[in-house]
Design a protein around this ligand. Structure first.
Ligand SMILES: [Zn+2]
Length: 512
């Protein structure tokens, strides 16, 4: 109901913005093409009930080629870690063909408590349930996901070991462990030609799992609950998720049960063999390994000052310290784990200053890198106006004390230069404007232009950072020099086409 309301509201808003039908159609076509780009070979992560204890995370992974959609649900009962830990691996999966919907932890509170249920058994709430609680809301989301899938796996741990005949108290037809459960052998469709043989699907997968099991007593078996049959010994399953899938959504659904008593790793592995088996049966093809080249982004730097307890400083934040303080970057938090480094600009090592203890006497910037890619900065500010008395350490977003400073290299030698200062070079010196050191914003937002030099000849956007500027006679364009004689040049820094800084470059002739 709520959804309907909001979509009606949307439509009327669209009508106001796009009064003409053709515009609306155009917009729709645009959206469609964006959507298809986003969803082919992509993944999305949705969070339901965000901020609540029963937060529900849903991962959708779409292969670049179309195919079947498999829904994997783990942790519907919190004391069955074999299932939810296995599902976790598929949340980070990438696919060539077909789609996955992964809900690793359906019942997070019960997982945190390591108990089967909190208010009610979540796997007994899929039909005629009158009690409303958080489990109801999760079940309502799961019901939708089940009906939009082509196949559903509910990952469990079962007590004892299932056997189709009575062997012992622990191994008999009433037990669940080491079996793949269906609610019926055949899934009947309205057109009988479309009936699906659930038993055949399950047996194919069981064969694959059993290739990995050495102990004969632990082999997987097919376990048909015949849930709706008058003589079924598992009538409680009429209220389960797989029966909902079977009865309402009419899709193949299986309970995967590893025996509770087995070591955790073995249970997780068996679930993985089962999931991989179903992927194969459904012709859903994984990428091995999955490639996900997302844009590197630093979130936090963990920095200590004078060996005190480290503080967390966010991207583009300013850490205000005192002149002479010693800093050490312990780690950075980014959307990658490997290839991370930091450069305390103007100090320390040539490539990587991670864990390096460095004394800071002037304001500078610490740049985070993921391999070659600059993925975020933190500013180190020293308040020079009032150097009397030590000020407490502060982290701020403030724009104070953020004078621009430049990192230059002259014939390979580092030189830090303040804004509006003069630099004297000898004719023939090679100058590189490496970067802007301090300021309030991401240094890549500025344009730093050496007037009279063209860095990128293919695309003269005025940006000259990183290029070698040769000051030899006849290389620079004299008409752009301030004296028109090729002796006084300047570097102009602008932000949104407005000047924010300059460096004056005087080129002296080589002494004879
Ligand atoms: Zn269970």
């Amino acid at each position: 109901m709520e959804n309907n309301k909001s979509s009606q509201k949307m439509t009327s808003v669209f009508k106001q913005i796009f009064p003409f039908k053709w515009m609306f159609i155009l917009l729709f076509v645009c959206l469609l093409s964006i959507c298809s780009q986003v969803f082919a070979g992509q993944k999305t992560h949705m969070v339901f009930f965000e901020g609540e204890e029963n937060e529900l995370h849903v991962y959708r992974i779409n292969g670049s080629l179309p195919g079947k959609t498999l829904l994997i649900v783990g942790g519907i009962q919190g004391d069955e870690p074999g299932g939810f830990l296995a599902a976790d691996f598929y949340a980070d999966f990438m696919l060539e063909k077909g789609n996955l919907i992964v809900v690793p932890r359906a019942n997070f509170p019960s997982i945190l408590k390591m108990e089967r249920k909190i208010n009610q058994d979540m796997n007994r709430k899929f039909s005629d349930d009158k009690i409303i609680n958080y489990e109801t809301r999760v079940v309502n989301v799961l019901k939708k996901l089940i009906c939009e899938s082509d196949c559903f796996l509910n990952l469990h741990e079962g007590s004892g070991i299932y056997s189709d005949k009575w062997e012992t108290k622990f191994k008999n037809p009433k037990k669940f462990g080491q079996s793949i459960i269906t609610d019926n052998a055949i899934l009947e469709k309205s057109d009988p030609k479309e009936n699906i043989d659930l038993e055949k699907m399950a047996r194919k997968v069981i064969e694959k799992i059993n290739l990995h099991i050495k102990d004969k007593n632990l082999l997987f078996h097919f376990n048909n609950h015949r849930t709706s049959h008058p003589e079924s010994i598992h009538k409680e399953q009429l209220r389960s998720a797989t029966y909902y899938a079977y009865k309402v959504c009419k899709i193949p659904a299986f309970g995967i049960e590893s025996a509770k008593s087995l070591p955790l790793e073995q249970k997780v592995r068996q679930h993985i063999y089962a999931i991989n088996g179903f992927l194969e049966v459904l012709d859903i093809i994984p990428q091995t390994p999955g490639i996900d080249l997302k844009k590197p982004e630093m979130q936090y730097m963990i920095i200590s000052v004078n060996d005190a307890i480290p503080v967390v400083v966010g991207k583009m934040q300013h850490l205000k310290i005192n002149k002479g303080d010693m800093i050490q970057v312990h780690d950075i938090v980014a959307n990658y784990e490997r290839g991370l480094a930091v450069d305390v600009i103007g100090l320390g090592n040539q490539f990587n200053d991670m864990k390096n203890r460095l004394v800071i006497n002037e304001s500078t910037r610490i740049e985070a890198k993921k391999d070659f890619y600059k993925c975020g900065s933190v500013f180190l500010d020293i308040d020079l106006k009032d150097s009397k008395g030590r000020k407490p350490l502060r982290i701020s977003e403030s724009k104070q004390n953020s004078m621009l400073r430049y990192k230059l290299k002259i014939n390979g030698k580092l030189k830090i230069v303040d804004n509006y200062k003069h630099v004297t070079l000898l004719r023939g010196d090679k100058l590189v404007i490496e970067d802007i050191l301090t300021g309030d914003i991401d240094p890549s937002k500025y344009v730093v232009n050496f007037k009279g030099f063209v860095g990128n000849t293919n695309n003269n956007n005025g940006e000259d950072r990183g290029f070698v500027i040769d000051t030899s006679k006849g290389v620079l364009m004299e008409r752009y020099s301030m004296d028109k004689k090729g002796q006084h040049y300047y570097i102009l820094t602008s932000l949104n086409k407005k000047e924010v800084g300059k460096i004056f470059i005087n080129i002296q002739s080589q002494a004879n």
